[in-house]
Structures are given as C-alpha cells and as structure tokens.
Design a protein around this ligand. Structure first.
Ligand code: IDP
Ligand code: MG
Length: 148
C-alpha cells in the first residue's frame, strides 16, 4: 500500500469540481486518509514547489496556488502514486487524454486542477509538509474483504 498527496488547486475549487475529482478517486478504490480546505500560505507553497524555484513560471505558479482556497488530501491504495498520476493525466490539459481529470476538465498548462506527488519520495515529503501525523486518519471500516 502506498500513500500519496493530491491538491485540488484553486481553479478546481473555484470551478466546483472537487466532488467530481473526489468521486473519481473513490471509485478507483483509493481510500481517503486526510483532507482539508485552506488558503495556502505563501511559505508553504514555496516549500511545496521548491524544485521549480528557478523556473520562469515559478512566480506565476505561487500566485496561482495561493489565489484562493485549495484542498490538500492524502489517499492510500495499491500503487497510489502512479495510479493518481494516471488519473490526473499530463501536466498540460491540452495534451492529456480524455478520461483523465486534466484531459476532461482543463485546457491549460498552468491551471491544471489537481496536483499529485510524482514519486514515493515526493509523496512522503509532501504529506509531511501538508499534514501533521495526527491528521492522517485511520479508518477500520475500509478493511473489507473486497477492498480494491
Ligand atoms: P505536474 O503538476 O504535472 O507534476 P510540473 O512540471 O511538476 O507538473 O509543474 C508543477 C506545476 O507548475 C504544474 O502542475 C502547473 O500548475 C505549473 N506549470 C508547469 N509548467 C508550467 C508552465 O510552463 N507555465 C506555467 N505553469 C506551469
Ligand atoms: Mg510535478
């Protein structure tokens, strides 16, 4: 079982697409472990996107991610990191396959609705950045015989 961090970005929240995205994650069999709504502090955004600090779009990216409410969440499941990246599609909505979240709902390279950790190491770093250990919720009801 893996855990990964997703963020429903401010465009996703503003466009009322949170339910749609959460429904796709749940139907895929991913388990919700943590979820909250917040206005992302700039310092947290800078840490989260530190790998992009020298990119020309870094300023624009920080402005975007701090522009309005966002929903970070942790999900758990088999191969959760790669499965979530597949559900998201490519970075640019224009290049993302129909059937993916970015492919179905976006046509922008910057405003692409949902973040997903790109590796297990990133997932561990990002989960620790966005959530305190006690915010990761155990849910025994998930342990059913036919859990996906
Ligand atoms: P990813 O989210 O698919 O992993 P990254 O290359 O890690 O994509 O970029 C992080 C985020 O930065 C993207 O999700 C997108 O919001 C934004 N971004 C990426 N490339 C560009 C760009 O060329 N212009 C503006 N924003 C970009
Ligand atoms: Mg990335």
């Amino acid at each position: 079982m893996e855990r990964t961090l997703l963020i429903l970005k401010p465009d996703c929240v503003a466009r009322g697409l949170c339910g749609e995205v959460l429904a796709r994650l749940e139907r895929k069999g991913l388990r919700l472990v943590a979820l909250k709504l917040l206005n992302v502090p700039r310092a947290l955004a800078e840490k989260h996107y530190a790998e992009h600090r020298d990119k020309p779009f870094f300023g624009e990216l920080l402005e975007f991610i701090t522009a309005g409410a966002a929903v970070p969440l942790v999900v758990e499941g088999r191969n959760a990191v790669a499965v979530c990246r597949k559900l998201l599609g490519k970075t640019d909505g224009a290049e993302s396959e129909p059937g993916t979240i970015r492919g179905d709902f976006g046509n922008s390279r910057s405003f692409n609705l949902v973040h997903g950790s790109d590796s297990l190491a990133s997932a561990e770093r990002e989960i620790a950045l966005w959530f305190k250990p006690e915010e990761l919720v155990e849910n025994k009801l998930f342990e059913t015989k036919f859990a996906v």
